[in-house]
Design a protein around this ligand. Structure first.
Ligand code: FES
Length: 318
């Protein structure tokens, strides 16, 4: 077994076996989500910004680049300053350590917001990642203070300590993405053909009910008929893969995910509220010869196909 594999096994063992750690992590995530929801729509909108909804991609990993980059470069210039006695290098190191420390605050907030909607099986690892980063932040903050008092060498040692802890935390963060699939798009692979595809007799679709159809037994599509219009989106939540037919209808034609409460607009699959940041693939619909047909929406088509006057109300009793 290689060293990283052994390390991963030990971390997994700690998280699984340390009394209360896993359950406590899941409870903490739940509490944070409750606190966000308690703030109503405003709380969710702030959380959406921190999740990265507006950029269609998780915000946290973008912010970590600034923090990790600044701290790493800061320690590099520290080394350079010590080797060359260059005042310019020392100043650069001080500025970079300060930049990393200040940028760690929004980075941590974005991470905590993502943590509030974490998959249960990843909560322990995410909590360990957050705790280690908090310890690293503490050392960098102490390093910054030491530097401001003119104690450059102490600042350097504290930063090296912080960098070591941060590196381990970053490795855990990578593990969350690549092993636990946190923050990645869970849309199933493969696409439905671009041509119109019949998926269900129109009289089998009830109004105002979420109905899943597995096209070719591998493409789960969620159908919803409301006000004589039929909408179709992927039935798998992009956040962590929940079956959206088990979700609830909220607002005006939106579905709320049953697992972590992301909200998607059924008309075009866009994210109304996170933690999801990736939109659902959506489809044009029509009814032909009593069959509901769909085809994948592509750029250049109408933004809201169900509003576009296609004849999908034909044979529709809704
Ligand atoms: S699976 Fe997490 S919000 Fe849907």
């Amino acid at each position: 077994m290689s060293l990283p594999q052994r390390l991963r096994a030990q971390v997994d063992q700690f998280i699984e076996n340390y009394p209360g750690f896993k359950q406590g992590s899941q409870d903490a995530a739940q509490r944070i989500q409750e606190a966000i929801f308690a703030q109503g729509e405003d709380g969710r909108e702030v959380a959406d910004v921190l999740h990265g909804k507006q950029i269609g991609h998780p915000l946290h990993p973008i912010l970590t680049d600034i923090t990790i980059g600044s701290w790493s470069l800061g320690v590099f210039f520290d080394f350079l300053g010590l080797l060359t006695r260059s005042r310019t290098s020392q100043k650069a190191a001080n500025h970079l350590i300060a930049l990393g420390t200040f940028s760690a605050v929004p980075t941590a907030l974005a991470g905590m917001t993502d943590f509030s909607g974490i998959k249960k099986d990843a909560a322990g690892h995410a909590a360990a990642h957050g705790i280690l980063n908090s310890v690293a932040l503490f050392f960098f903050w102490r390093s910054m203070r030491a530097r401001s008092r003119g104690n450059q060498l102490s600042g350097f040692y504290l930063a090296v300590l912080g960098l070591g802890i941060m590196t381990f935390a970053a490795w855990l963060g990578g593990d969350l993405v690549y092993d636990h699939k946190v923050g990645v798009n869970h849309t199933p692979e493969g696409t439905i053909a671009d041509d119109w595809t019949a998926i269900l007799p129109a009289d089998q679709l009830k109004s105002n009910t979420l109905q899943r159809v597995d096209v070719d037994d591998k493409h789960p599509v969620l159908l919803y008929k409301h006000a004589r219009k039929i909408s179709a989106v992927s039935a798998i939540c992009t956040h962590a893969g929940a079956p959206l037919e088990e979700g609830t209808i909220v607002k005006d034609g939106c579905v709320q995910c049953p697992w972590h409460n992301s909200v998607f607009d059924l008309r075009d699959g866009h994210v109304v509220h996170g933690p999801a940041t990736f939109e659902l693939p959506h489809f044009e619909t029509r009814v032909t010869d009593g069959q509901i047909e769909i085809r994948r929406w592509r750029l250049g088509m109408d933004e809201y196909p169900i509003e576009s006057g296609s004849d999908n109300s034909q044979n529709d009793e809704g």
